[in-house]
Design a protein around this ligand. Structure first.
Ligand code: COA
Ligand code: AMP
Ligand code: ZN
Length: 432
């Protein structure tokens, strides 16, 4: 049922025609939102002038900053009463973006996730354990409803609580998991500690891995340790969340569902398009969202489009695994963190100086966000107990803000390298 053969294997010309019809409708719809109405007016654009797919290029890019500036309702293309769900991404100090969905949007999204899962081999008789954080993150509910749509039995396990994860897998005979790749490796150490072998003591056969960049080596390792086939899953809240691009059984690049998203790859410096096969920043336009259409969204993710057709027969083009970002967003344990969140939080704590440094490290399989914080002179020379309580307060406030528990080290005033202008304060020592 979720092998949508007609859509997945249609000829290119028909797919182009479908995209154009949907693009026209989307642009029309978007022009009813406060944000795009203004953008169109300022740029002398008329939605009726979209007559080819290339015409999308007359519309300015949409950025995360624009979404933030028009928080929360500036992009709505329907009355608020038509909305049924909001998801949000990255940060809480007014830096987050909010994406709103109508019932139809949620429905379409569940179909897309179900289609993705089916393409990777999941079926109705599978038992699916979703180990992502539920709540505002899209990986929880997004996968959840997709799996239910497919008809599988869903265990909404959520993140963390590793012992229970293993217990659930054994008790309910889980066959498919959705898991952040670094956590899959971390969890394996616990399997070893408990003397449970996921290959022989569980029924696992498939893993969907995503939400953070990872190499083919990491994927191979997960496959080997767990005895599963692991599929890369790409998505972002601004484009729903999971179900944007997904590997098929061939496991060579992720099919982007082009009946739902119009894609461009641009040179992030010149903002000009690059041809298929060349690396650049992915730009996407929603084609089916009614509550909050987003046009030409700069994802900041670096990838390239495969030029060869996929042996599976699907026509939807494939993107290569994500290579990195064109901004300074960090992804730690599947959570997006911007350095400015750290900065804002630190600057509100009395006693903290003006400089800090973020060092991302890997201890074993675990990501550590190590933050060195300069402390004002008089505070640093004060009593040790007070210093420790200041350190704890910083840990708590940063955890509150970013959702990740950092390792905080207080250092003397002027002991960190001064960064010029816009501070380059992040050192990423994580290696695969
Ligand atoms: N996914 C799931 N669980 C994770 C995890 C991850 N990426 N990283 C760590 N954990 C587990 C830890 O193993 C620990 O459980 P345990 O002690 O039973 O083993 C527990 O979560 C807390 O770990 P800690 O390292 O102290 O985490 P933290 O406080 O720095 O971060 C998390 C807390 C894990 C809840 C937070 O990082 C998170 O929500 N990550 C997942 C984000 C997500 O779902 N993203 C998808 C976006 S669509
Ligand atoms: P969010 O909006 O919080 O879901 O975060 C989306 C971001 O997570 C994307 O823009 C990517 O940077 C990253 N991401 C999601 N899935 C993957 C993946 N499979 N590989 C690499 N990065 C990913
Ligand atoms: Zn394929």
């Amino acid at each position: 049922m979720y092998w949508e053969e007609k859509i997945e294997t249609m000829v290119r010309e028909d797919l182009d025609a479908l995209q154009l019809a949907r693009l026209k409708r989307t642009v029309q719809k978007a022009s009813e939102s406060y944000y795009y109405k203004r953008v169109f007016e300022e740029n002398g654009l008329n939605p009726n002038n979209i007559t080819s797919l290339n015409d999308v290029r007359s519309i300015p890019f949409t950025t995360k900053e624009a979404l933030r500036e028009h928080w929360p309702y500036g992009f709505l293309a329907v009355p608020k009463t038509d909305l049924v769900r909001v998801h949000s991404s990255s940060g809480t100090t007014g830096r987050a973006t909010a994406i709103f969905h109508t019932a139809a949007d949620i429905n379409v999204w569940a179909d897309l996730v179900a289609r993705s899962m089916y393409g990777a081999g999941m079926r109705k008789d599978d038992v699916f354990q979703n180990m992502m954080t539920y709540g505002l993150f899209t990986g929880g509910l997004g996968f959840h409803y997709g799996a239910e749509r497919l008809g599988a039995l869903v265990i909404p396990a959520g993140a963390g609580n590793s012992r229970r994860q293993i217990q659930l897998m054994k008790d309910f005979e889980t066959t498919v998991i959705h898991i952040i790749p670094s956590y899959a490796l971390h969890l394996y150490s616990l399997f070893e500690e408990l003397g449970v072998n996921p290959k022989t003591d569980t029924r696992l056969r498939l893993a969907f891995i995503g939400a953070e960049p990872h190499s083919t080596r990491t994927r191979d390792k997960i496959q080997e340790l767990y005895g599963v086939k692991a599929f890369n899953s790409y998505g972002l809240s601004e484009m729903n969340g999971p179900g944007v691009a997904f590997e098929c059984e061939v496991q060579m690049g992720m099919h982007i569902w082009e009946d739902h998203f119009l894609i461009e790859v641009i040179n992030p410096d010149t903002l000009e398009p690059v041809p298929d096969g060349e690396e650049g920043e992915l730009v996407m336009t929603t084609l089916m969202r009614e509550g909050m259409p987003v046009l030409r969204y700069r994802t900041r993710d670096i990838t390239k489009i495969y030029t060869e057709p996929c042996p599976c027969g699907r026509i939807h083009r494939r993107i290569e695994r994500i290579k990195g970002r064109t901004d300074n967003m960090m992804i730690i344990k599947g959570v997006n963190v911007f350095p400015v969140q750290i900065e804002k939080t630190l600057m509100n704590v009395p006693g903290v100086g003006t400089n800090f440094q973020i060092i991302l490290e890997r201890e074993g399989y675990d990501d550590i966000m190590h933050i060195k914080v300069e402390i004002q002179k008089d505070v640093f020379t004060g009593n040790v107990k007070q210093l420790e309580s200041l350190r704890r307060r910083i840990v708590d406030e940063l955890k509150n803000e970013t959702l990740v528990t950092p390792k905080v080290e207080l250092v003397e005033h002027n002991s960190l390298p001064q960064s010029e202008g816009k501070a380059v304060r992040v050192i990423d020592n994580r290696k695969d």
